[in-house]
Write a new protein. Structure first.
Length: 73
């Protein structure tokens, strides 16, 4: 039931959905991206090679890449 609620499956009663979501909020549950990648076979990981992390240009570039990647999902 918890899995169905978290994945938006429609075959869960509203009462059960409310209780599960309340428990998720109370416990501070956050899905584990590594565990999900095992199931979906997608890591959703982006690699970026930077030649000099002390150079402000490259750190700014890395920040921009990260922001864009998050915005695009």
């Amino acid at each position: 039931t918890v899995s169905r609620v978290l994945n938006g499956h429609p075959s869960v009663s509203q009462e059960a959905r409310t209780r599960v979501l309340a428990a998720v909020e109370t416990l501070g549950y956050r899905p584990n991206a590594v565990a999900r990648s095992l199931r979906t076979a997608q890591t959703r990981t982006l690699g970026l090679v930077i030649s000099d992390v002390l150079n402000p240009y490259f750190t700014e570039l890395a920040r921009f890449v990260e922001e864009e990647a998050r915005a695009l999902g």
